[in-house]
Design a protein around this ligand. Structure first.
Ligand code: UDP
Length: 237
C-alpha cells in the first residue's frame, strides 16, 4: 500500500491518501490536547498504544457485527482504514457520571446509572462542539432519521461489548466517545479511534483513573496508565 499526500492533520492523528481512493492511512501521534486545544502536551508512546488498542477493539466489534473502518495494521503507529465522510457528531455513552456530566448536572463522579445515557455534540471547532439532540442533528442535515437510529443502535451495542470486555480486564468503562463515518455506498460504520484518549477507564477495585483524565487533570503517571490498560487488554483478548 503506497502512502501518498497528507490529507489532514488532527490533534492526535495524521491521515494520508493511498493509491487506492477508497483507503486511507491513519498515523497516531504522541501529541495530546485537552479543553478544546487549550492544554497541549506529549504522552510518550501513546500513539503506539492507541493504534494497537483501537485496532484490537475494532476487530472485536467487527466480530460481533459492528461494521468499522479497520482494514489492517501497517506498523506500530499506522493503520489502513476505509475512507469515509465523518458524520460530524461526537457520540458519547455514559455508564457512570463523570466529567462534563458531573459538572453540568451537579452529580458526583462515579455515580452509576441504571441504564446508559447517550448524547451528541456537533463536531465544529469554531462553535466549540456544542451539545445537540437528535432532532437538531436531523434539522442541521448532519444525519437522516434512519442514520441516527443506526448510530444509536451501534453506540449502545458498542457499549455493551466494550463494558463486558473491560470488566474482564478489571476495568470499569465509565464513558466513551465514538465517531461514525459514511461510506460511498451510504453505509454507516464506526470510524476514528477507541482508546484511553476517548474512554474513561477506571480500575474496578481501586477506582484509579487509567485514561486521559490523568493528563487533563495533571495527575501524573499518564504513560504508566496507558501501558497498564494495554497490558490488561492484551492478557484477555
Ligand atoms: N471525549 C472525547 N473527545 C472529546 C470529548 C469527550 O474523546 O472531544 C470523551 C472523554 O474522554 C470521555 C467522554 O468522551 O471519555 C465524555 O467526556 P465528557 O463529555 O465528560 O467531557 P470532558 O470531561 O472530557 O471534557
Amino acid at each position: 500500500m503506497e502512502k501518498r499526500a497528507e490529507l489532514y492533520e488532527g490533534k492526535a492523528k495524521k491521515v494520508f491518501l493511498t493509491d487506492d481512493p477508497e483507503l486511507l492511512i491513519v498515523e497516531y501521534k504522541d501529541d495530546a490536547t485537552a479543553f478544546n486545544g487549550l492544554k497541549k502536551g506529549v504522552i510518550a508512546g501513546k500513539g503506539v498504544i492507541n493504534n494497537k488498542m483501537s485496532n484490537l477493539l475494532m476487530q472485536m466489534l467487527e466480530n460481533v457485527g459492528i461494521p468499522t473502518h479497520f482494514v489492517r495494521e501497517l506498523s506500530d503507529r499506522e493503520t489502513l482504514v476505509k475512507r469515509v465522510d465523518i458524520v460530524p457528531l461526537e457520540v458519547i455513552i455514559r455508564n457512570y457520571a463523570a466529567g462534563s456530566f458531573s459538572k453540568n448536572y451537579g452529580v458526583e463522579e462515579g455515580v452509576a446509572f441504571d441504564s446508559p445515557t447517550i448524547e451528541f455534540s456537533y463536531k465544529n471547532d469554531p462553535l466549540g462542539d456544542p451539545l445537540l439532540n437528535e432532532h437538531h442533528a436531523i434539522a442541521l442535515k448532519l444525519v437522516t432519521p434512519a442514520e441516527i437510529e443506526t448510530v444509536k443502535r451501534y453506540a449502545f451495542e458498542i457499549n455493551k461489548q466494550l463494558k463486558a470486555l473491560w470488566a474482564e480486564c478489571g476495568v470499569t468503562l465509565v464513558d466513551f466517545k465514538v465517531e461514525f463515518g459514511k461510506q460511498a455506498n451510504g453505509a454507516i460504520i464506526l470510524a476514528d479511534e477507541i482508546s484511553p484518549d476517548t474512554c474513561r477507564l477506571w480500575d474496578s477495585k481501586t477506582g484509579e483513573k487509567l485514561d486521559k483524565d490523568r493528563f487533563r487533570r495533571d495527575l501524573g503517571g499518564v504513560e504508566d496508565a496507558y501501558a497498564e490498560v494495554m497490558k490488561r487488554l492484551l492478557e484477555k483478548i
